[in-house]
Design a protein around this ligand. Structure first.
Ligand SMILES: [Zn+2]
Length: 501
């Protein structure tokens, strides 16, 4: 058993978060670990969901605890507890050290970490409206109003309505043996709805969302949600009566509401360095983008740049520091179409000879060990005046025969993230430069590099939108992460189209 060192036992208030962190760090050092850190966290999650005329879910949970990670003789040990007490800190540090000793027995390669600067800092997500100061009744009322208005189109075919508001505040204190003490408070908000139309023996839905972002209640924006109801209901009704797409090749124009998921699956996950190095293979496998291809692989057309940015205002992965205390930063993974970098934590960065980590370490809870996660990873807008730069309107006007896609649908991707298939939420036929009506049940297939090399038009910065996800699953046991894939509309040529069953 590790004992509390004498100087710390004299600390008067051992229940303050900073003191508990200091105590853990002293214990980790005393155990002879080359590295260790502790994350003390407190979360509040409030979720509301309405189905038709009833509130289907209302949960308001507070959840807190801490996790200790140690590196001993090149092997990781991790342990966690919901009880933030001095006694539990002693027990959990001891457990993490024991696990590290056990891990060492089956380990092939010692873990080494790239250096990181020590920070003492406090980061809080900038928000306008504290989400937990708005009454739950007001939130429930909004969802029921949305559903009532959607269902007022029942005579025209709308038979189901669903709406949701998800809010969170996560407070965490990170301390490491390297001298960091970082406090962060992260706010997240997300709201939206969908409705389902039934007609002619078919069922189709249409959705509208406020993108999941790191903002306060201002992102819920009741006025905007309500203002889109008529359009969304009418489009669901038109969609259910629309003809199905036909198999073949087509020109696609993809809105940011659809493109973000294609970026997520075909650029985000394949450049996670743990996947690239074969340390992670859950949830659609490893990656084709191996280090021998770095600075050589033509991932995309020369006018395509994918940039990571954990400092982007509102981004769902925007933080002050990652879960290893690495400061948020910006970097390219694909520059002028070439694969130039990866998404790293301190361990994987060392394995490819990088001098530092770019800060993609994230754990979804105090009880989870941090792993490499996709940060905010966006498609840079087309260069001002560039020969391939065109607005969405110009792309449509310049397309003889094509399909415009909005929103996301089904998706799948192979074990190396080479071949993929994506659906959408709404599809419009383009003929001779004009939208001529809706289609339904369309999926597009391609190979990652073929697809991104077939982009022939990209919209300018004025059309940039911050779409992303609050539900990216990775790891075993699964951890959930969130990230934004800010992007602009693009046009892609000669893409294979299928019909969704
Ligand atoms: Zn994902």
């Amino acid at each position: 058993m590790v004992q509390v060192p004498a100087p710390l036992s004299e600390i008067k208030n051992l229940n303050s978060v900073a003191d508990l962190a200091a105590m853990a760090i002293a214990l980790i050092r005393k155990a002879g670990c080359e590295y260790g850190d502790i994350r003390l966290c407190s979360y509040r999650y409030q979720n509301l969901r309405a189905r038709d005329h009833s509130l289907e879910l209302l949960s308001d949970n507070i959840n807190s605890g801490f996790g200790v990670r140690v590196l001993l003789n090149g092997a990781w040990g991790f342990a966690a507890s919901p009880h933030k007490t001095p006694e539990e800190i002693v027990r959990i540090v001891d457990k993490a050290v024991e696990i590290a000793k056990g891990s060492r027995l089956s380990q092939k390669n010692r873990v080494q970490l790239v250096p990181v600067e020590a920070y003492r800092d406090n980061y809080v997500t900038p928000i306008e409206i504290e989400p937990f100061e708005i009454a739950i009744a007001e939130k429930a009322e909004l969802l029921l109003t949305i559903n009532d208005r959607l269902l007022s189109y029942s005579k025209k075919g709308i038979k189901k309505a669903n709406s949701f508001i998800y809010l969170s505040r996560e407070e965490k204190t990170f301390a490491s043996t390297e001298g960091s003490l970082i406090e962060q408070t992260l706010y997240r908000s997300y709201a939206g709805y969908n409705c389902t139309a039934v007609a002619n023996g078919d069922v189709q839905s249409r959705s509208y969302e406020r993108a999941p972002l790191n903002l306060g209640y201002e992102n819920v924006n009741a006025q905007d949600l309500l203002s889109q109801i008529e359009r969304v209901a009418e489009e669901a009704i038109e969609k259910v009566k629309a003809p199905k797409g036909k198999y073949g090749c087509s020109t696609l124009i993809l809105k940011p509401t659809n493109l973000w998921l294609t970026i997520h699956e075909s650029v985000g996950h394949p450049t996670e360095l743990d996947r690239v190095l074969g340390y992670e293979a859950n949830f659609a496998g490893t990656s084709f983008a191996t280090p021998d291809k770095l600075r050589k692989l033509r991932y995309a057309a020369p006018w395509i740049n994918f940039k990571c940015d954990r400092t982007q205002p509102g981004g769902r992965a925007t933080v002050g520091y990652d879960d290893e205390g690495v400061k948020s930063q910006e970097w390219y993974v694909v520059k002028d179409g070439i694969l130039v970098d990866y998404l790293t934590d301190r361990e994987t960065a060392y394995r490819i000879g990088r001098g530092s980590s770019n800060g993609c370490s994230f754990a979804d809870s105090w009880g989870s060990i941090p792993i490499v996660r996709i940060p905010n990873l966006g498609l840079e807008p087309g260069a001002e005046g560039g020969s391939n730069t065109a607005t969405l309107e110009e792309m449509i006007a310049d397309t003889e025969d094509g399909i415009l896609i909005d929103g996301i649908g089904s998706y799948s991707i192979d074990q190396q993230r080479r071949n993929f298939q994506f659906g959408g939420d709404a599809f419009w036929k383009i003929k001779k430069g004009k939208i001529v009506g809706m289609l339904k049940d369309i999926v597009y297939h391609s190979m990652t590099t073929d697809f991104w090399n077939s982009v022939d038009a990209i919209a300018p910065a004025s059309e940039l939108q911050q779409w992303g996800t609050n539900m990216c699953g990775k790891g075993e046991p699964m951890q959930i992460a969130q990230m934004t894939h800010a992007c602009v509309p693009v046009r892609v040529r000669n893409i294979e189209i299928g019909v969704a069953s």
